[in-house]
Every structure is written in structure tokens, then in C-alpha cells.
Design a protein around this ligand. Structure first.
Ligand code: HEC
Length: 103
């Protein structure tokens, strides 16, 4: 029971943190990061300006938390060494322009 409660609390706090950071994120900085590091590969696999990957039917990301997790995974896999704040800026930019999750 205690474990369940702890798990519930950590899920709630991750959501709260994500929303808080999304609200305060620097969208222009996020846009610049994405344009520099992310778009060309998406465009070469999915065509167009590279944004179809976010808007394609059955896209992978379903929640703001999932979006942040995906940005983190890309950051790590590509070894970009973004700071956490940069991950939030990039995720917030993608959310504002493509995913539009409320929370
Ligand atoms: C080397 C190529 C490559 C680079 C660079 C890359 N991506 Fe991706 N990305 C992919 C591929 C391929 C997928 C689709 C994965 C899948 O369908 O399982 C993807 C999927 C995604 C998705 C999920 C789209 C959906 O379906 O909702 C997001 C968000 C994303 N990438 C963000 C980023 C960000 C942010 C960066 C830059 C830090 C980045 N990617 C850099 C290849 C790349």
C-alpha cells in the first residue's frame, strides 16, 4: 500500500513539474534547438518539412509526459548533452505547435 501511494505521488509530481516547466519554457530557444538538431533526420525519413512525424496518424506520443520522455530519449541517444531546461524548451515548442496537449 505504501509503495502504491509513493508511486502515485511520484506520477503526480512528474506531471506537475512537466506542466510548470511547459508554462515557463522558452519556446524560441526550443524552436532553435529542434531546427538545429532534429528536423533534418525527421524530414529525410518522413519527407516535407519534417513535422509530419508529429502529426502522422497513430503518432507515438500521446501525453505531455510521453513527449518529454521522447525528447529525453532522443537527447540521450543522439548524445546532444542538452540540459534539462533545454529538453523542456524543446518539448514545450513541439507541444505548442504540434501536439497541443492540455496537460
Ligand atoms: C537520426 C534521426 C533522428 C534524429 C536526429 C531525431 N529523430 Fe526523432 N525520430 C526519429 C524516428 C525514426 C522517429 C520515429 C520512431 C518510431 O516511429 O518509432 C522519431 C520520432 C520522434 C518523435 C515522436 C513522434 C511521434 O510519433 O509522436 C519525437 C517527439 C521526436 N522524434 C523528437 C525528436 C527530437 C526532439 C529530436 C532532436 C533532439 C529528434 N527527434 C531527433 C528519428 C530521429
Amino acid at each position: 500500500m505504501k509503495k502504491l501511494l509513493l508511486l502515485a505521488c511520484s506520477i503526480i509530481s512528474v506531471n506537475a513539474v512537466a506542466n510548470d516547466f511547459f508554462a515557463k519554457a522558452d519556446l524560441d530557444a526550443g524552436k532553435a534547438l529542434i531546427e538545429k538538431n532534429c528536423i533534418s533526420c525527421h524530414a529525410s525519413s518522413y519527407g516535407g518539412d519534417g513535422s509530419e512525424i508529429y502529426t502522422r496518424p497513430f503518432h507515438k506520443v500521446e501525453t505531455s509526459k510521453g513527449l518529454l520522455a521522447q525528447v529525453r530519449t532522443c537527447n540521450t541517444n543522439l548524445d546532444l548533452k542538452w540540459f534539462e531546461e533545454e529538453e523542456f524548451n524543446a518539448a514545450a515548442y513541439l507541444n505548442k505547435h504540434y501536439y497541443q496537449f492540455e496537460q
